[in-house]
Write a protein that binds this ligand. Structure first.
Ligand SMILES: Nc1ncnc2c1ncn2[C@@H]1O[C@H](COP(=O)(O)OP(=O)(O)O)[C@@H](O)[C@H]1O
Ligand SMILES: [Mg+2]
Length: 295
């Protein structure tokens, strides 16, 4: 089901070019479900794509409302099908607003951790054969501290932690940062306050988290900004569209577009670690197997 405008020779050429270009990998996480990880991932991805970047959004949230639902995209395949050989990764990718490429979550494919070496290789090949160019890879991670969350955050260049001003969200974000830093060597985190209800709530929330992290952990936190609580965002969820598309001048859209502007300026890594192919190799090599891609 390749785009028949391109010959296979052209596709191979593009895939080789793609594999040699650096990609910026951003993992969106938060510990707790319902804080807004998927909403932020999707709107961030759409907004960066609207800025003219080639963006891929990997839905690695296994359980809850998924990126494809949020963006009203119709999916036929996911990575499970790619592994089964039922389709190529290109077939599984669906296109969202501004050419955003979405890799749908592998709902229903639960335990893929015990895949064979050939299947590992298959996943790596699937990503490295992509002829779509990818400049920014955004990963919407699952809630909690699954192995997949650890793997994705370890592999990413930037870890965006979404936090709400509620005790449970703060506790979960702290627990996540603690485990990732103490046990998995992740030391840098971008903190995004979501669903804030007054001006100044974002910086206050950031200070709260920074205070406790400074006391007990050795991590570098950066304040990524705040997304206000916004009924327009909820309406957009109902309409299955990104709020930045449906209500571009709403308060949450303005904040999300500011975040995109910021994230677009985050450094693009140079060298092997930055390439898509190496990202996938690292992910698979990190002990998770391709389930990291699937969960
Ligand atoms: N800034 C916000 N303002 C209002 N509602 C929000 C905001 N962010 C998230 N929500 C609501 O929270 C729900 C859960 O968000 P979601 O992104 O699915 O969370 P997660 O992926 O962390 O589980 C969304 O469907 C939306 O209704
Ligand atoms: Mg989610």
């Amino acid at each position: 089901m390749y785009d028949n405008k391109l010959s296979s020779e052209q596709m191979q050429k593009l895939a080789r070019l793609n594999a040699s270009r650096p990609v910026k990998v951003v993992a969106v996480t938060g510990g707790k479900g319902g804080v807004g990880k998927t909403t932020v991932s999707a709107n961030l991805a759409v907004s960066i794509a609207a800025r003219g970047r080639d963006v891929m959004l990997v839905d690695a949230d296994f359980g809850l409302a998924n990126v494809d639902v949020l963006l009203g995209l119709h999916t036929r395949f996911h990575l499970g099908h790619v592994l089964n050989g039922e389709c190529t990764l290109e077939d599984a990718i669906v296109t969202g607003p501004h050419g955003l490429q979405v890799v749908p979550s592998a709902t229903g494919v639960k335990h893929m951790a015990n895949l064979s070496a050939a299947e590992h290789a298959g996943i790596i090949r699937a990503f490295s054969d992509l002829y779509h160019r990818v400049e920014v890879l955004i990963i919407d991670t699952a809630a909690g501290l699954h192995d997949s969350v650890v793997t994705f955050t370890q592999t990413a260049h930037h870890v965006l932690v979404v936090v709400c001003d509620e005790p449970a969200s703060i506790t979960d974000a702290y627990a996540l940062i603690k485990v990732l830093s103490r046990e998995h060597g992740v030391q840098r985190f971008q903190i995004l306050a979501n669903q804030t209800r007054r001006p100044g709530a974002g910086p206050d929330l950031f200070k709260k988290i920074q205070r406790v992290c400074d006391r007990f952990l050795s991590v570098a936190l950066e304040y990524a900004g705040a997304v206000p609580f916004d009924d327009y965002l909820r309406r957009a969820v109902q309409r299955q569209t990104a709020v930045v598309e449906a209500y571009p001048s709403s308060i949450s859209s303005v904040a999300l577009k500011n975040l995109a502007l910021k994230a677009d300026k985050w450094s693009v890594p140079q060298g092997a670690r930055g390439h898509l192919e190496f990202f996938v190799e690292r992910m698979v090599g990190a002990g998770m197997g391709p389930s990291a891609v699937l969960q």
